[in-house]
Design a binder for this molecule. Sequence first.
Ligand SMILES: NC(=O)N[C@@H](O)C(=O)O
Ligand code: NI
Length: 162
Amino acid sequence: MPLKIEPLTREAFAPFGDVIETEGAENFPINNGSTIRFHDLASVETDLNGRVLVNIFRATPLDYPLTIRLVERHPKGSQAFVPLNNRPYLVLVAPKGETVRPEDLRAFKANGKQGVNYHAGVWHHPVLALNEVSDFLVIDRGGEGANCDELYFEDQDITLTL
Ligand SMILES: NC(=O)N[C@@H](O)C(=O)O
Ligand code: NI
C-alpha cells in the first residue's frame, strides 16, 4: 500500500501534535523591538517523574521506496524535531490508540523551516531525513521508566515512495 505524502500544515497535523514554524504563528516584538518572538509554538509534555531533554539527532536518510515496518510512541512525553540544516524531511504518524491500521497512517513532507512536536502517545516513524545526513534539534522526555513502545506491521506492504 503506497502512502500519499501530504504537505505539512498546522491544520492537517493538529490531530498528532504541533507544527513549529513562524508561518501563521502568534508573534510580537521584544527586546525593544530588535527581536520578534514567535510565541508558544508547541506543547512540551512530560510526566511528573521525567524531565525535558534537549538533544541533537544526526539522521542518515533511508533508502526509498521505503517499506514501513514499525511505528513507535512515547507515552510519557512529547517529542519535537526541529531541522537544523533547513532541509526537507518526512513525517509519518498515526493517531493515539492501542493499535494502528495501515489506513490510519498519515505521511507528510516538512519543508526545512518546519519542525514537528508529537504529542505524548502519538504513533510515529523514527525520524526520516531526506537526501543528505540532517541534524535535528530534538526536545523530548528523559527519566525513569520505559518511554518507547514499538508496533510492528507484519506482512503488510506499506511503502513510502518519493
Ligand atoms: N529512539 C529515539 O530516540 N528516536 C525516536 O524516538 C524517533 O522518533 O526518532
Ligand atoms: Ni520518537
